[in-house]
Design a binder for this molecule. Sequence first.
Ligand code: ZN
Length: 217
Amino acid sequence: MPDAGRVGYSLDPAAVPPHATARAWGRFCAKTVVTAEHVIWTGGLSSGYGTFHDDGFRDWDLELADHKATVTATRWLWTAHHGPIPRGMRILHGCDLPICVRLADLSVGSQAQNIADAARRDRLARFAGRVRLDRADTRGLAAQSRAIRFAVLEALDSGVSDPVLLEAVVTGVVAAGSPDAVSAKAPLFGVEDIPDAAVAKAPAAEPWQPELFGIDL
Ligand SMILES: [Zn+2]
């Protein structure tokens, strides 16, 4: 449903999940923008992930010293719908955007599964020398999320409300950080960066034999 405060669509504040208060849910929804394929978080970010503060929220994760009273938006959203997350478990993202809080794309899993998941989708940084081999955003996830949040809020300010158009905005921002976009613009490494072994394996050039071509010197 359209959010009263701005153009665009957010999660429905009237559909309060069973494990959340109406007030907290309303605050949460106001920070979301629904696109055709994602639900973009427009509130606070930490390392690219949405953060949400709720004094009434209880989660084992909050006992970790560095988290204080703020949890990731995805942990809050999952708990609001399904109840407490088992101790030690993580929320796994089914989509590649950390800033996305689409419930349908979230699942509970171990940290080992979390890492295996990222590796399977080639999102863990892998290098050969200085050459990047993985498919992660070249700007880093924190910068990617900030870029998406900025672009989506700009689009809303410009009066864009269609989830399909908003999706196109997100897709454009993501494409700008794809490894392909970078390599298409400028090479990431010069000839001097190619390991000697690779050069040594290249076949030696044939010597110039003018007589083969009927040229009489
Ligand atoms: Zn998503």
